[in-house]
Design a binder for this molecule. Structure first.
Ligand SMILES: [Zn+2]
Length: 221
């Protein structure tokens, strides 16, 4: 975690990590610091990283795919996904289910928007955030990820329709206070990518669509 400070920490096959290792991610994901505690001393390492994790939907890897039946039965996906605890999942801002790549997909034309174009959009959004924090007298903050709850609420007041959607969703999806702020943070960033000052309903809706995919998938599996 400390080695990934100001970078990306990529964990492949996430459920294969020991539960103790997975739970040790929780605190640094909140505070940006990793603490190693011993009897007589403790050491704090800076550990503000972007966590990217990948996993299969089940142990055998094909749950949910048409025509596939798990050898270990219908619990295969639920048991595998249960290895990722609710509190850890709650700290993941964006969850996306990807379909397996078919050989025929490789023959498709490249996407219309190239990676370089996406990088330009990201750079502009980051500059918008830098400028906003500087104008608020907080030049030490660089991205929305670093803004705490109170500041986040100040910089991302949704329009009335967005606020209504967020309140309804918070009840319906039983969002934790942390989850609520995380949705707001992603929505603020989506609005920045759109170069919009106000967080609109569409940004809230998109941010909500990225949450708790895993449990939704277990429900249908
Ligand atoms: Zn399976």
């Amino acid at each position: 975690m400390a080695l990934a400070h100001h970078g990306v920490l990529f964990l492949d096959e996430l459920p294969e990590f020991q539960p103790r290792v997975l739970e040790s991610l929780r605190q640094p994901m909140e505070t940006g610091e990793a603490v190693v505690a011993r009897v007589n001393y403790h050491v704090t390492y800076p550990a503000r990283f972007q966590l990217v994790a990948a996993m299969n939907p089940c142990k055998c890897g094909y749950a949910g795919q048409p025509g596939h039946v798990c050898r270990s039965g219908p619990r295969c996906a639920a048991d595998y996904q249960a290895r990722i605890s609710g509190p850890l999942l709650d700290r993941m801002d964006i969850q996306i289910e990807l379909a397996a790549v078919k050989p025929s997909d490789l023959a498709l034309p490249p996407p219309k928007e190239a990676s370089e174009d996406v990088a330009k959009r990201v750079l502009i959004a980051r500059q918008i955030q830098l400028n906003r924090f500087a104008s608020l007298g907080k030049p030490d903050l660089r991205t929305n990820a670093e803004a705490d709850g109170a500041l986040l609420e100040e910089i991302s007041r949704p329009d009335p329709a967005g606020l209504a959607l967020l309140r309804d969703a918070a009840d319906a999806m039983k969002l934790s206070a942390r989850g609520y702020h995380r949705v707001l943070r992603v929505a603020r960033t989506l609005a920045d990518l759109d170069r919009r000052e106000e967080v609109a309903r569409i940004h809230i809706a998109e941010a909500l669509s990225y949450r708790q995919k895993l449990s939704a998938f277990v429900a249908v599996a």
